[in-house]
Structures are given as structure tokens and as C-alpha cells.
Design a protein around this ligand. Structure first.
Ligand code: F0G
Length: 344
């Protein structure tokens, strides 16, 4: 847990930490020219957390509280990042960790993490939403602590990202752009910004969320029974914090966009090619939503400051990066002439 913020979070116990947080806020002028011309765009690079995603901010808090409460076992459903994070912090605390993941829909780097950190990995023939229903039932009936973002300590920890953004800018940005899946992160950011407004006098940003077109229950206003998207992290049809997300969007005078997989992958490519910032596909949904809102004339970027949260590292999902690209990498003779032949 970011030590400087500890006194502002409702979490008890000696911190179980991997020194998460303090991620960079990177100015991205070339990306701004593409997504929000005339505006300033900075990205909060959450992939630089210890297990490669923003989940570590909430997980340090949830595992700290679970250990303090005497829990021996924690459980979560996950599209991959929560699982890897829970596995790491549980290992750190000496707790047992069980993770439920949708079979075949979890990116390789995330699965690798859960296995490496020693979690018991259970694949289900179902979606994230099925998994969440099951782990809720299990934690209700058995002495096992649920560490999905319905756990209040998770949200407490995740608020620290809002504090850091305000600290870095000296004020709140005009807009905060981010992907929306189970809706824990958008809810946590909003609570953080509201708390900072009260305690330190910062303003609050307008929130701009992106849901994948095939998994956009909040935009559509109904549960999506069979969510689909390349952005597997946000392949969620019935978000747990749906209501809080709606409230945060309304209170911040925000916007929530449905972005296609093509739009997400375009933003994903632009982030790494224009700025050298590699995130996983889902993370680019906030930038995709920003570009869409500007193109549609719903956001006027001139003179505004936008912060886009890049929730997970690109190396989480190497398959997405190399898909269709490896065939075009030529194998050449190891000679000067052969190499210069393709460079010139
Ligand atoms: N981006 C990434 C990389 C994620 O892993 C998630 C959620 C989100 C965005 C959406 O955040 O759910 O708070 O709205 N991943 C969860 C998981 C569901 O299991 O790792 P949210």
C-alpha cells in the first residue's frame, strides 16, 4: 500500500505489500494529436505495478485486511489480472489462494502469473460472470475471503491512483479516461477524487469510460448473457459495481462509450507505436473512447487535460501483440548485404 496514503484508507492490519503504486504519469503529445487534438494527454501506466496491472493497488489492501481478520484462504473470479494479483499477495502473506477463470479466455501472461505465484487455478466452462456468482456463493457458505472488487478493501486501495494523479498534476485533470469491465476501477477512482476534493481541495474530473462493444451492459442498459471481445480483461456481461459506476458517471457529468474491437486495437497500436507505451488491449479502451467522443463532437479537447489509465501491461497478452505479425518477420542469411538489403 502506498505508505503516504495509508492513513486515508479504511484498511486494518500490517501492510502486505510489494511496493505497488507510484506509477508514472506519462505525457503523450503524439497520441494526443491523434486522440484529442489541442488537448494534453497523459497516461497513467498501471502496467508497471508488481504483477503488471492496477489490481495490485486494491489487492495489497484486500490481503492486508484478510490476513488481519485471520483468514487462511482467499478466492476470486477473474479474467486474469485479479487472479495473478491475488495469487502474488496471498503468497506474500502465506495465505492459500483459489482463482476461477473462464477457460480459454485468459491471456497467457496472466495465467503464467497465477501459476507462478502458486495459486490453485480452476478453469470453468463458463464466463467471468458465472465465476463471480460462484465465488460469492462459496465465500458466503465457507470460511473463505472473497477478494474481487465487491470486497470494500479493494476499492479503498484502488483510490490511491486518483490521489497520485492529483499529486502529479497539482490539480485534478479535466477528464479521466478508462476501460470499464466489472466497474470496480471507475467506482474507486471516483471515490478517490471525491475524497481528495474534500480533504485536499482538489477539483474532480469528468469520467470517460469505454466498454467493449460486445460486452457493454452498462451502455446498453441490460445484462449481456454471452459477452464477447478481443479485450478479454473486460469480457463481462453483468458488472458487480454497475450501480456505483452509473452514479459516478452521473455525478461527474461523464460519458460511457461502446468501442468496437477494431477501435480498441487501433488505440492499442497507436499507444505503442506513437509513444512507446505498451499496454494490453483492454487498457486501450479508455483512449479509444476518448478518440470516439472527440470525433463525435461530444468532448471538446482544446486546452483540456486528459488522463488515460492504462490498466495492464502489454506483456500480459503477448498473443495480441504478435497476432498475424510473425510471418512477416523475414529470416535472412547472417551477412551484411542481406541485412542492408531490407534496411535500405
Ligand atoms: N483493464 C484491465 C487490464 C483489467 O484486467 C480489468 C478488469 C479492467 C480494465 C476493468 O476494470 O473490472 O474494475 O472495471 N479485470 C478484472 C480481472 C475483471 O478479473 O482481472 P474493472
Amino acid at each position: 500500500m502506498v505508505t503516504a496514503f495509508r492513513s486515508r484508507l479504511k484498511v486494518e492490519g500490517e501492510a502486505v505489500t510489494l511496493l505497488e503504486g507510484n506509477t508514472p504519469l506519462i505525457d503523450c503529445p503524439r497520441l494526443a494529436a491523434w486522440a484529442c487534438p489541442g488537448g494534453t494527454l497523459l497516461v497513467k501506466y498501471e502496467g508497471l505495478n508488481p504483477t503488471g496491472s492496477f489490481k495490485d493497488r486494491g489487492m495489497t489492501a484486500a490481503i492486508t485486511q484478510a490476513a488481519h481478520d485471520g483468514s487462511r484462504t482467499v478466492i476470486c473470479a477473474s479474467t486474469g489480472n485479479t487472479a495473478a494479483s491475488a495469487a502474488a499477495y496471498a503468497a506474500r502473506a502465506g495465505l492459500r489462494c483459489v482463482v476461477l477463470i473462464p477457460e480459454g479466455k485468459v491471456a497467457m501472461g496472466k495465467l503464467a502469473g497465477s501459476i507462478a505465484y502458486g495459486a490453485q487455478v480452476v478453469q470453468i466452462d463458463g464466463s467471468f460472470d458465472d465465476g463471480l456468482r460462484l465465488v460469492r456463493e462459496i465465500s458466503d457458505k465457507a470460511p473463505i475471503t472473497l477478494v474481487n472488487s465487491v470486497n470494500p478493501a479493494r476499492v479503498e486501495g484502488q483510490k490511491t491512483a486518483a490521489f497520485e494523479v492529483n499529486d502529479a498534476l497539482g490539480q485534478a485533470p479535466d477528464w479521466l479516461c478508462l476501460p470499464v469491465g466489472n466497474a470496480g476501477n471507475i467506482s474507486a477512482y471516483w471515490l478517490g477524487f471525491v475524497q481528495d476534493a474534500l480533504e485536499r481541495g482538489f477539483g474532480t474530473p469528468q469520467l470517460l469510460g469505454g466498454q467493449a462493444a460486445g460486452s457493454a451492459p452498462i451502455v446498453l442498459g441490460h445484462v449481456v448473457e454471452e459477452p464477447e471481445t478481443l479485450a478479454t480483461a473486460i469480457r463481462i456481461g453483468n458488472p458487480a459495481r454497475w450501480f456505483q459506476a452509473k452514479e459516478a458517471l452521473a455525478d461527474s457529468d461523464g460519458q460511457l462509450w461502446r468501442v468496437s474491437d477494431t477501435e480498441i486495437m487501433e488505440a492499442y497500436g497507436q499507444l505503442s507505436r506513437l509513444e512507446g507505451v505498451f499496454c494490453e488491449p483492454s487498457s486501450a479502451a479508455g483512449v479509444a473512447a476518448l478518440r470516439k467522443s472527440v470525433l463525435n463532437g461530444e468532448v471538446e479537447p482544446e486546452g483540456k487535460t486528459f488522463v488515460a489509465v492504462l490498466t495492464g501491461h502489454g506483456l500480459k497478452d503477448p498473443d495480441a501483440a504478435i497476432a498475424g505479425q510473425t510471418d512477416s518477420i523475414a529470416v535472412l542469411a547472417p551477412t551484411y548485404d542481406a541485412i542492408m538489403g531490407v534496411i535500405e
